[in-house]
Design a protein around this ligand. Structure first.
Ligand SMILES: [Zn+2]
Length: 127
């Protein structure tokens, strides 16, 4: 089974760090669950809006610098947020990152405020 990035996903990758784009492109070929890229680079104004709305806790988001992407599981023609879909997508991202030597962090592995749709380049390798 292999999926392809949609035009919308490609558009959402504009301005995202090339190493992260490479991982996304490889992950879509590995994942057992289709996904779309819902957000990549984010403006400071949008980040402030998300914090105000309670959807984000930080003004120092990796999205502001193009070091993060959010994905949405896509099943039977619709976006799905069911938690069990995201570890399956994350496995594909981790495998893709490993084979390409990219240090990637999945928000779903965070002990607090886990964020299943979120992937970012490791600050230790990508300050
Ligand atoms: Zn995110």
């Amino acid at each position: 089974m292999s999926f392809r990035l949609s035009q919308r996903s490609r558009a959402a990758l504009q301005g995202v760090h090339p190493d992260l784009v490479v991982v996304v492109e490889a992950a879509i070929e590995l994942t057992p669950v289709d996904f779309m890229v819902s957000e990549g680079l984010r403006t400071a104004a949008r980040q402030a809006e998300l914090v105000r709305a309670g959807a984000s806790r930080t003004l120092n988001s990796r999205h502001l610098t193009g070091h993060a992407v959010d994905v949405a599981a896509w099943v039977d023609g619709q976006v799905r947020w069911d938690w069990p879909l995201y570890p399956r997508i994350a496995e594909a991202f981790k495998a893709a990152a490993k084979t390409r030597g990219v240090r990637l962090i999945w928000g779903g592995d965070w002990p607090r405020l886990r964020d299943g749709p979120h992937f970012e380049l490791d600050r230790r390798a990508y300050p």
